[in-house]
Design a protein around this ligand. Sequence first.
Ligand code: ATP
Ligand code: MG
Ligand code: MG
Length: 375
Amino acid sequence: PATLGVMGGGQLGRMFVHAAQAMGYFTAVLDPDTASPAGLVSHHHIQTDYLDEQGLAQLMQRCAAITTEFENVPAPALMTLGAQRPVAPGAEAVAIAQDRAAEKAHFVRCGVPVAPHAVIATPAQLAAVGDDLLPGILKTARMGYDGKGQIRVKTREELTAAWDQLKNVPCVLEKMLPLQAECSVIVARGADGQIVNFPVQLNLHREGILAVTSVYEGAVPAELVAQAVAATRAIAEGIHYVGVLCVEFFILEGGQLVVNEMAPRPHNSGHYTMNACDQSQFELQVRTLAGLPLTQPRQHSPAIMLNLLGDLWPEGGAPAWDKVLALPGTHLHLYGKLSARPGRKMGHLNITGATPEAVRATALQAAALLGIEAP
Ligand code: ATP
Ligand code: MG
Ligand code: MG
């Protein structure tokens, strides 16, 4: 059988590996971590740095095609791989998604509204920032995730101090917007330009980390659903994207849709697809990578996903899965991480049911059993 490769061995890589193996592929994971969740379940685990020439050569030698599971894979590594093997998404698309300034410029080019913002890479740019962007959020242009590398600022003094605290690396200052809610859309696009999308996901974040995703009729107002899907498709098409792409949006208090950021890979907010849709986001990632046809995925059950963070793990123990799994329509996914830390993504619980009301009732019960704040 052909071998499919993935750069990065986290939980997203692990779920990709599972999907690829279910379709008969062998897999290879490149991740320096000897206990990486994907490396543990893959046929091959190349334990080198992402830029290591020998590691990259081994990956190319083994694999028919290669994908990524986190957006901070060095773009030069993808270029090296891409010269020899199909790589999806490609280095150019990943490079845009790795940089908030480039990403926002792309959204603007696609005609999708973004938060008012300014790039701060020099003291002159800092001095030139207009007061209209305050209060705001200063975000490092690169490498941030789960709210890391972001500081909320109210005044110019706080802005200056925040930029110093972030070591004066290139940043984007975004105006703080009044959010009513947040949502996201996942699309998959093939090398032939065929594109399909999942439904719009309603996302609740806590302390900068995704906590709950809800997907059912009415969770997001119908007119926003159409707008968000059209915007996401335009964003993918505008960079000739190949692979699975997620775009995150803000829904403002006035009801306007504003794009936040994109992830060039399957996304935490798409994990419900594993149990609520006829194809998961990881299956679509395999299809785009292997050049297989895409068909529009169909959600067959209303769903809520609860993220399971390390905070829920008692010292030396585990949450009471037996009680949670006694609830109907609960699907437990754990990533095989060897230690729990506060804020660490250890797994997720998908809840499906016949109606949104039934799913919500079960989610409330599960959250109470696990000690998660009610969604
Ligand atoms: P991810 O893990 O999704 O990649 P991240 O670290 O890249 O997260 P963002 O998505 O930029 O961070 O921001 C995290 C959260 O902070 C958002 O989901 C939203 O709740 C809040 N937030 C970010 N930017 C703004 C803004 N301009 N106005 C209001 N809230 C914001
Ligand atoms: Mg991000
Ligand atoms: Mg985000």
